[in-house]
Design a protein around this ligand. Structure first.
Ligand code: ATP
Length: 583
């Protein structure tokens, strides 16, 4: 709450913590730059006064001309250096923010990650952070200097004549009233614009991700319309917003700089009544004209300031998102037995429990299968064992230790998780397999690929193991991707193997190869498999039947056939389907 009320400027300053000294230096240079820019005004005033007093000749004017030139040059140089320093600091800050966010993502539970669309993550981590570059680099030095420098001028004017000094800033509050009235709705409007932008972003990501389905179902026009609507909504929102802000901003831009409205007649009156000298009158007129320019320049940043504040809010939601709390130091596990006691779990509280009061034991070195109707919670169960989410009710133990007390890296080392949509990175096949064991030699990679039944098809490819897999593994068939994922898991050689529908994409021809690979993968290991094809799990040591988030029965195939009606029905349906396949 306290964070939310913090001013955007404070938030930006806090975010840029690593580069405070460089930024401070850049601000000092910028202030000196703006002050230096006032020198030519001052010199011009001096020369005009000398001309009027008829004391000006070339010799007496030359020092003022040189000073004016030095002032202009100084402004250019100081501003250039200030901008260079602030850019250097900005790039370091943005790199730091990106690194922090990416590190943080790895510590978030899968739930937090999956609750936002890919488009939203990309928008924050790439586009929004990038869009802060110009603001951060220019805002801090330029805004500060453009606020501080007029202050110096106003103080100088007060020393010359306080009445004219006051008049010189009299139009500012009028302009400010117009600006503040217009800006009142800014935070709400900006939030709306972010939401509309997010919709546009999401719709294009969804359109591209779903392009296969769109083409297959000839939904091109319908899906494209969704994107076009989002683009149109975005355009008309911005048009409406700008239209409603035009009048106020135009008044602000015209009223604020109209310094001479007050200074000229009043200054003339004071001069004629001999209350100020001609040189004071001229100097006040010239200096007062230098006040408003920087203030207007500073106020132009208010827009970017509010925008950056909102972006920082998005970044903070990532950086402050709840992490999975696990210790960092490895712990000693006694064996690899897995125990769940009275575990209940909900992805979202409002959604209700997906798993209720689960108690089960999986012994080290045994083959276990989770079976049950679609949506009953089998994958959720296996993901909890793999530590993808933290639980709030019940306990899960591996080797006698509560998994919340085991470092996430240690859990990851103990478990090889193969799901039906194993992600392959846009790298070579060799490197995709090597991910299972960082320091594996090429020979080991090829050996494991042979065992997983993919060596032959890899060698058949033009570039063999050096073939680049398209993003997400798109250039390979589902079955090929699956076998590469199995090879990767075999190389990892973890004591617990979870196969979540790992044979889903396999055609009958390759199923035997894959089953052989799997039996090699799991030799001497604790295996948990989720399989819809019950014939693949009949010999399991333990079959756990999950129904509507509860364990409905557990035992061997034989036991379940005798004890569970649901299992009997599933088995009969499976046998029937198999017969159908064979006919
Ligand atoms: N990330 C998630 N956020 C919210 N709900 C989810 C999430 N993942 C799964 N669910 C829901 O949890 C329930 C159980 O899903 P789960 O994938 O565990 O079932 P399953 O038995 O493995 O299903 P299937 O056999 O069809 O793969 C379903 O209702 C599903 O919609």
């Amino acid at each position: 709450m306290e964070q939310k009320n913090q001013s955007p400027l404070k938030r930006i300053w806090a975010l840029a913590e690593v580069e405070h000294s460089r930024l401070k230096f850049s601000i000092i240079l910028a202030v000196l730059g703006v002050l230096s820019g006032f020198i030519p005004y001052f010199c011009a005033g001096k020369i005009i006064i000398m001309l009027l007093e008829q004391t000006a000749d070339m010799q007496s004017c030359i020092p003022w001309l040189i000073l004016a030139l030095a002032g202009s040059l100084g402004k250019v140089l100081l501003t250039t250096f200030s901008t260079a320093w602030s850019h250097k600091a900005t790039f370091a800050v943005l790199a730091e923010v990106r690194n922090k966010c990416v590190h943080k993502l790895a510590k978030l539970s899968m739930g937090t990650l999956q609750n936002q669309s890919v488009g939203r993550w990309k928008s924050i981590l790439v586009d929004q952070i990038e869009s802060m570059e110009t603001t951060l680099a220019h805002l801090l030095p330029e805004m500060t200097s453009n606020v501080l420098s007029p202050l110096v001028l106003i103080i100088t004017l007060f020393f010359i004549d306080w009445r004219l000094a006051l008049l010189s800033i009299a139009t500012l509050p009028i302009g400010m009233i117009f600006m503040m009235t217009t800006m009142k709705s800014y935070p709400v409007k900006y939030q709306e614009s972010v939401q509309i932008g997010k919709k546009m972003n999401d719709s294009i990501v969804e359109y591209i991700n779903g392009i296969e389905v769109i083409k297959a179902y000839n939904q091109g026009q319908e899906a494209y319309k969704g994107y076009v609507d989002a683009v149109d909504a975005n355009a008309s929102f911005f048009y409406g917003w700008m239209k409603s802000a035009q009048f106020g901003m135009a008044c602000y831009r015209n009223f604020s700089p109209a310094v001479l409205i007050g200074v000229l007649p009043a200054g003339l009156a004071f001069y004629l009544s001999k209350s100020i000298t001609s040189s004071e009158f001229i100097m006040i007129m010239i200096l007062s004209m230098g006040i408003v320019g920087p203030i207007i320049a500073a106020s132009n940043f208010i827009d970017s300031l509010a925008q950056t504040g909102t972006i920082i809010e998005s970044i903070e939601t990532i950086l402050k998102a709840p992490e999975q709390h696990h210790p960092k130091e490895s712990v000693t596990l006694s064996g690899m037995d897995i125990e769940m006691n009275h575990v209940s779990f909900a992805y979202e509280k409002e959604q209700g429990n997906i798993l209720t009061d689960i108690t089960l034991k999986i012994r080290q070195g045994t083959v276990n299968a989770f079976v049950g109707p679609s949506g009953s919670g089998k994958s959720t169960l296996s993901k909890l064992i793999a530590g993808f989410w933290d639980i709030e009710t019940g306990s899960i133990r591996i080797g006698g230790k509560e998994i919340s007390k085991i470092p996430l890296t240690q859990i990851a080392d103990q478990i090889a998780y193969v799901s039906q949509d194993n992600f392959l990175f846009d790298d070579t096949i060799r490197e995709n397999i090597r991910m299972g064991k960082e320091n594996a030699s090429d020979k080991e990679v090829e050996e494991v690929a042979r065992k997983a039944g993919c060596d032959a098809f890899i060698r058949g490819l033009e570039r063999g193991y050096e073939t680049k897999v398209g993003g997400g593994g798109a250039h390979l068939s589902g079955g090929e991707r699956q076998r590469i994922a199995i090879a990767r898991a075999m190389l990892k050689d973890a004591p617990i193997v979870i196969l979540d529908e790992a044979t889903a994409y396999i055609d009958p021809e390759n199923e035997a190869v894959l089953q052989k690979a799997i039996s090699k993968l799991v030799q001497g290991k604790t295996l948990i498999m989720i399989a819809h094809r019950l014939s693949t799990i009949v010999s399991a040591d333990q079959i756990i039947l999950v129904d509507q988030g509860k364990i409905s029965a557990a035992g061997t195939h034989k036991q379940l056939l005798q004890e569970s009606e649901l299992y009997q029905n599933m088995w009969n349906a499976h046998i029937g389907a198999k017969d159908g396949e064979q006919e």
